[in-house]
Design a protein around this ligand. Structure first.
Ligand code: KMH
Ligand code: ZN
Length: 280
């Protein structure tokens, strides 16, 4: 397993499925806003975008037309790796979540088990994980394994044992810490998870939800991990100061990574790290 890297993969998760546009008007929800966000965040140092799509009323949607339009628009305007969320919102049915791959993203998220999610439950039973994994292999989409709980690390072991390596041969995981009811956003929890990773894991990143954003970012950087930032996970830049644009979070992560002598990775380096197919 690679324990340190000389450059940092910065992922931006600009929107998510949880915040309402009415509460956070600066949340990018329209196609134009997403494309502008993607462009600006690429300039600020991001190499991968983790996308949730909203409908014309700014509500989360898994509609194939919306997903495909977003993938195509961001590909035509940026060189970012496009990752679609298969987690969607806690209300999305499992069978619909499987259809996300029809939009032909470079990458997809794949959460390695069910977890508490605030007052809700984010459902990821074994059968769903397994089907999604095999479909991603068949369609040559590279999964990013989302780990919200330490048990998810063990479930990843089961996926690899059952189905072998993902398309591209690399195994990249993303720790999501600090979701209420799930793994806490602490350096200790992150380090425990990293210590449990299967040998096949070639890289890892981490993100902390809400007020755990900065502690998790600092812990990940100091331990040789990569970073995910964005308004999906955190809408507060500093005490009393809301995030106005996702690029603020990317730019701060880029400065911290550069200070730590691990500057942001280019999109080409990120493709190699993750085993993503080159653009046609
Ligand atoms: N919105 C959460 C219920 C993912 O993108 O794969 C799930 C989530 C994970 O955001
Ligand atoms: Zn997500």
């Amino acid at each position: 397993m690679a324990t340190a890297a000389s450059a940092t993969l910065i992922t931006v998760a600009p929107t998510g499925a949880e915040h309402a546009k009415a509460d956070v008007p600066q949340l990018p929800t329209t196609l134009d806003e997403l494309v502008e966000t993607a462009r600006t965040c690429e300039t600020a140092g991001a190499a991968l975008i983790h996308l949730h799509i909203r409908d014309d009323e700014h509500r989360p949607t898994l509609d194939g037309g919306h997903l495909r339009a977003a993938v195509e628009a961001i590909r035509s305007e940026t060189d970012l790796i496009v990752q679609l969320s298969t987690g969607g919102s806690v209300h999305d049915p499992l069978d619909q979540r499987l259809t996300v791959l029809d939009a032909e993203p470079d990458s997809c998220s794949l959460t390695c088990g069910t977890t508490n999610f605030g007052d809700d439950v984010f459902l990821n039973p074994w059968g769903f994980m397994s089907d999604l994994y095999v479909r991603a292999q068949e369609r040559e989409v590279v999964p990013e394994f989302e780990l919200f709980e330490l048990g998810h690390v063990h479930a990843l072991r089961r996926l690899l044992d059952t189905h072998g390596l993902p398309f591209g041969g690399k195994v990249h995981v993303d720790f999501v810490l600090g979701v209420p009811g799930a793994m806490p956003g602490t350096a200790a929890a992150l380090m425990t998870g990293v210590a449990m990773l299967p040998d096949e894991v070639t890289s890892w990143s981490a993100t902390g939800i809400g007020r755990t954003h900065l502690p998790v970012l600092a812990a990940a950087l100091s331990a040789g991990g990569h970073l995910r930032v964005g308004m999906e996970d955190n809408v507060v830049f500093a005490r009393g100061q809301q995030v106005q644009h996702n690029s603020e979070l990317v730019a701060r992560a880029a400065v911290l990574a550069t200070t730590m002598q691990r500057p942001p990775m280019s999109t080409a380096q990120a493709r190699e790290l993750l085993g993503i197919k080159p653009r046609p």
